[in-house]
Ligand binder design. Structure first.
Ligand code: LLP
Length: 417
């Protein structure tokens, strides 16, 4: 579901014609629909209204201040994985008490900053990390709520780079070792309140069965933990709910809730969720302009002004993003849509059938709101693109395109080299 729509050949975002944005900001530009992301958040909130829950938006999907701030206003918490995300979440208005801190490699400095700010909870991934948090909390004379991330060893049937809940993945604590580890931490690490269990089994999951399988295992674990005297009060089920990129038919939040709540309800825990892609994925597009059309012997190439540095998902995961013209176009051609970067992997789509394109035509790479800008880089010394948030018939440039000076910020040329 989203509010990008073609009307008489023009692509609109809510009440704004996307080409009008491009004329002001230039291209490439990320364009986000506020209404789309707000509705996604509210749908999820509504689906779980029968149970005590907190939606901690996963900043890694898109940590742009305007996006995080919009969700903060709706009441969202945050799932963070670095000191930088902590800074952004707080600055965008998410209260520390609604922030959960995950990640396999939190540094002592990051742990200390999060403790000082008073985050709600740490999701811990190993015993050495638990010991570090315990030590630092002790130094600060604090006691902190923690969950251990358990690896339930289920296959979420998604791309191998984004499946995380199998035992060969680096994430979490093997479910068979979890009981002893929880007990040890509970008994020995006195500055930790071991109150939660966390799982995250992968991303872009379209079938709920894997969640149910994982949750049944976790439910058995929680019962054993309670039997051993631990007061487990929260269950964090991570993120991962899939979206439509081409012809997927992912579960809706209501279907998701209907399938998993029967397993969760009897546990009497408060529920934490960490959706990222589901909230912002379809709420954003990358608008780009054709620079050249190159007709080759066996292939046509449409060369656009966005590159893999702006949106790396097709190059990195072979991910499919629909590509459509943002202004009227006729005829028909088959082509690879590629960027200007010096790598064969710099493409957005291969063998796509599109109207006949020529230079200066605007194209939209759809469903680019999640893991788009947040994974952008300056490769080839390209400036990161501008970002625009549309609300109704207004649009706001929420991040300016980088300047060339930005590219060299913080660098120096040592004298007497
Ligand atoms: N919680 C944890 C602990 C995670 O590791 C992730 C994502 C999420 C929540 C949010 O997952 P989501 O709801 O967005 O699926 N760059 C890849 C996706 C990497 C996901 C990493 N972890 C992509 O572009 O497909």
């Amino acid at each position: 579901m989203h509010y990008f729509e073609i009307k008489k050949g023009w692509l609109w975002c809510e009440g704004v014609r996307t080409v009008d944005i491009a004329k002001k900001t230039g291209t490439p530009v990320y364009i986000y629909s506020h209404r789309t992301l707000a509705e996604h958040y509210l749908k999820m909130d509504e689906a779980f209204s029968a149970t005590e829950h907190l939606i901690c938006y996963s900043l890694k999907a898109n940590s742009s201040m305007a996006i995080v701030g919009s969700l903060a206003k709706l009441g969202a918490g945050a799932d963070i994985v670095s000191g930088g995300e902590l800074y952004r979440a707080l600055r965008a208005g998410i209260p520390a008490g609604k922030i959960v801190y995950a990640g396999v490699g939190k540094t002592p400095e990051e742990i200390e900053a999060a403790l000082r700010k008073g985050v709600a909870m740490f999701n811990i991934e190993s015993m050495p990390e638990a010991e570090a948090i315990n030590r630092i909390a002790g130094k600060l004379r604090k006691k902190v709520n923690v969950a251990f991330r358990v690896n339930p060893d289920v296959d979420a049937n998604t791309h191998h780079y984004i499946t995380t809940g199998k035992k060969e993945n680096k994430f979490g604590i093997n479910i068979n070792l979890a009981l002893n580890l929880f007990i040890k931490a509970h008994r020995k690490l006195n500055n930790l309140n071991v109150t939660g269990v966390h799982i995250h089994i992968g991303s872009q999951i379209t079938k709920i069965e894997a969640y149910v399988r994982a949750l049944l295992k976790i439910s058995a674990l929680i019962k054993k933990l309670r039997g051993a005297g631990l007061d487990i009060t929260s269950l964090n089920i991570g993120g991962g709910l899939g979206i439509i990129y081409s012809n997927e038919s992912p579960a809706t939040p209501a279907e998701f809730a209907e399938k998993i709540l029967p397993v969760i309800h009897p546990l009497g825990v408060s529920l934490i969720m960490e959706p990222g892609r589901f909230i912002v994925g379809n709420a954003g597009i990358l608008l780009t302009k054709v620079t050249y059309v190159k007709n080759g012997e066996s292939k046509n190439f449409v060369i656009v002004d966005a590159g893999m540095n702006d949106l790396i998902r097709p190059s990195l995961y072979d991910a499919y993003h629909n590509i459509i013209p943002a202004q009227p176009a006729s005829g028909k051609m088959k082509a690879d849509i590629v960027g200007p970067i010096c790598e064969s992997g710099d493409f957005f789509g291969k063998d796509r059938t599109l109207p006949s394109l020529k230079a200066d035509q605007y194209l939209a790479v759809m469903s680019a709101g999640a893991y788009g800008f947040s994974m952008a880089s300056n490769y080839n010394s390209r400036r990161k693109p501008a970002e625009v948030l549309v609300k109704g018939n207004k649009f706001f440039v929420v991040r300016k395109r980088e300047t060339y000076e930005d590219l060299a910020r913080g660098e120096c040329l040592p004298e007497n080299l």
